[in-house]
Design a binder for this molecule. Structure first.
Ligand SMILES: C[S@@+](CC[C@H](N)C(=O)[O-])C[C@H]1O[C@@H](n2cnc3c(N)ncnc32)[C@H](O)[C@@H]1O
Length: 195
């Protein structure tokens, strides 16, 4: 089965099973590149990706990451996990982890990491319940190294800017017109304290 068919099947099944996917197709290679375009790979030594799906952003990260950069990829869907493990098994610095992104801090602690340089998210974050959003952002704040970024893909250009501003002091939008639909990524820095 090709990636688009698998992804569409997951999108349709979320209606009955409640697994949030929130888009009908994987990110294009252009969106994948745009999502991580701010990252300085010469200094990045740890990065975590949340909600990898079929792995278009994982591939862009894997192609750029320094061999000494630890790449952790968190996904919770079994079919996507199988595909990701198959696709990236030859990357010794990349680990595919079955888990829930909302348990990010624990997932990193289990692997001896308390901080990462960047967090890249393909999660359907706006569909999370408010308390889940806050829990994830508390975790992100606790693990993101000073100066690091939280990069969040979106299919709705600019609409969610106020949502991410609630959690970060600085939010930029990186637009990618070549994706279908045209979309982009929020590049968020300086996490705010969450009460
Ligand atoms: C919109 S898709 C994005 C997939 C991929 N990053 C891309 O850009 O094509 C969202 C992904 O997040 C995963 N996901 C949703 N909630 C999750 C959670 N709580 N923990 C880990 N993964 C989750 C879904 O299984 C799906 O693979």
């Amino acid at each position: 089965m090709n990636d688009n068919a698998l992804f569409l099947g997951k999108f349709l099944s979320q209606i009955t099973q409640g697994n949030p996917i929130a888009s009908i197709a994987p990110s294009s290679r252009w969106l994948a590149r745009t999502t991580i375009r701010n990252i300085d790979w010469s200094t990045t030594r740890s990065i975590v990706e949340l909600g990898a799906g079929t792995g278009p952003i994982t591939r862009a990260i894997a192609e750029r990451a320094h061999p000494d950069c630890r790449v952790l990829v968190v996904e919770r869907d079994h079919d996507f996990l199988r595909l990701l493990r198959d696709r990236f098994c030859e990357r010794p610095n990349l680990e595919i982890i079955e888990g829930d992104a909302r348990e990010l801090a624990g997932i990193l602690a289990d692997r001896g990491l308390d901080r990462v340089d960047h967090v890249v998210s393909g999660l359907p974050f706006p569909s999370f319940r408010k308390e889940q959003q806050r829990a994830l952002m508390r975790s992100v704040r606790s693990v993101l190294r000073t100066g690091g970024s939280y990069n969040q893909i979106t299919e709705l250009a600019l609409i969610y800017w106020p949502l991410y501003r609630r959690f970060f002091e600085r939010v930029e939008f990186a637009f990618e017109p070549r994706n279908l639909p045209p979309s982009g990524a929020y590049i968020c820095r300086d996490p705010r304290e969450i009460h």
